[in-house]
Design a protein around this ligand. Structure first.
Ligand code: ZN
Ligand code: ZN
Ligand code: ZN
Length: 371
């Protein structure tokens, strides 16, 4: 990431304060967050992932602190107005430095970010044996789930560029390329629009029936359905889109399945409104697919929250009664997978607004037939 820019200290000051309010609600005395999207969300710095412990220590009241190897302390120069910096020397034990910053923990509850390496957690637990250790997820979930205006603008723009890459991508033929070659071209078009590294997969022919297929050197042929699921990042925020296209004239059954998936995608979108439980969005798509006789072929939840992580809360899955709130962004991605034959998935990112769901992705959803 090179030299750090910290333009929005005010935003991060507010987020840290809101995290402290959630800590009070959850009965958490100290929050510990290592390099992760949670860290980036809170302080605008994602941390440096390595064997050298570096992490944020946020007490329920008072000032945040960052414990960092002395050689990485210069990266935090721009953050000194936001938090205290506590460098540790190569010969020190960083967990002891953290314990010193935290102070007396007897009878206190320490919440730990869910992406902190276990090697660090084990060292912290040894240095602070009297603390009670819990997950930070309940504390940070309410903050991360609801996007503010700036986050929504970034995600809208990321989605727009990802869609734009798709429109250029499908203007060229696919037959004769391997899945890897086709995916490389799509990702190059995506990155060419200024998006950072994200993820991607391409499944062709029978491989399209495997939702998390590992992109291979299979050569794409006439008669194939091809599923592309990919995204890039804009200032850390992911786009996440899936489109299914067909090489050459599709069968009647493919057309029918495609139409069912498209209508399920729309049914899920139509169900979105503040106050609606997450599981009701899944059910809207599932009921439609079930009525069309493909219920057993829709083998995953309809969607997941999207933001600084590509999969984050809220999860749109049966059993999750969490009510939707305006500002949540999540995927709407029903699919039908006919093993050994073909699969179809259509995925958009959706924003929950005060009045209902709004698609962030507008890449062509009509069935595209390519050469
Ligand atoms: Zn997935
Ligand atoms: Zn996806
Ligand atoms: Zn997704």
């Amino acid at each position: 990431m090179g030299s750090e820019r910290f333009a929005d200290l005010g935003v991060h000051h507010d987020r840290l304060q809101r995290a402290q309010e959630e800590m009070a609600r959850e009965g958490v005395d100290v929050l510990v967050v290592g390099p992760s999207p949670d860290l980036r969300y809170l302080i605008g710095y994602a941390g440096h992932v390595s064997e050298r412990m570096n992490l944020l220590v946020l007490p329920r009241t008072g000032d945040p602190a960052y414990v960092v190897p002395v050689l990485e302390a210069p990266r935090l120069a721009g953050l000194r107005e936001l938090l205290g910096v506590h460098p540790w020397e190569e010969t020190q034990t960083p967990a002891e430095v953290v314990a010193g910053v935290v102070g007396d923990v007897a009878g206190k509850t320490v919440a730990v970010g869910d992406q902190l390496w276990s090697v660090f957690l084990l060292a912290l637990q040894e240095a602070m044996p009297d603390a009670r250790w819990v997950s930070a997820t309940p504390t940070l979930r309410p903050l991360r789930m609801v996007k503010d205006g700036r986050e929504i603008e970034l995600m809208r723009e990321g989605a727009r560029r990802t869609d734009d890459a798709w429109e250029e991508f499908i203007a060229a033929p696919l037959a004769g390329q391997t899945e890897n070659e086709a995916l490389d071209r799509l990702l190059a078009l995506t990155h060419g629009r200024g998006l950072g590294p994200g993820f991607g997969s391409c499944g062709s022919g029978p491989n399209s029936a495997s939702p998390h297929h590992e992109t291979s050197d299979r050569v794409i042929q006439p008669g194939d359905a091809v599923v592309f699921d990919w995204g890039g990042t804009l200032e850390g925020y992911f786009s996440d889109v899936t489109r299914t296209i067909h090489v050459g004239e599709p069968s009647e059954e493919f057309r029918r399945v495609y139409d069912v998936v498209l209508r399920a995608n729309q049914a899920a979108l139509d169900a979105v409104a503040p106050g609606v439980p997450c599981e009701a969005i899944d059910e809207a798509a599932r009921a439609l697919i079930g009525e069309e006789g493909y219920g057993a072929a829709f083998i995953h939840r309809v969607g997941h929250g999207l933001g600084l992580d590509v999969h984050e809360e809220p999860y749109l899955v049966s059993g999750n009664a969490t009510p939707l709130l305006a500002g949540m962004v999540f995927s709407d991605e029903p699919g039908i997978y006919l093993q050994g034959r073909f699969g179809v998935r259509v995925e958009d990112a959706v924003l929950c607004t005060d009045t209902g769901g709004e698609r962030l992705n507008e890449a062509t959803r009509e069935l595209s037939i390519v050469g």
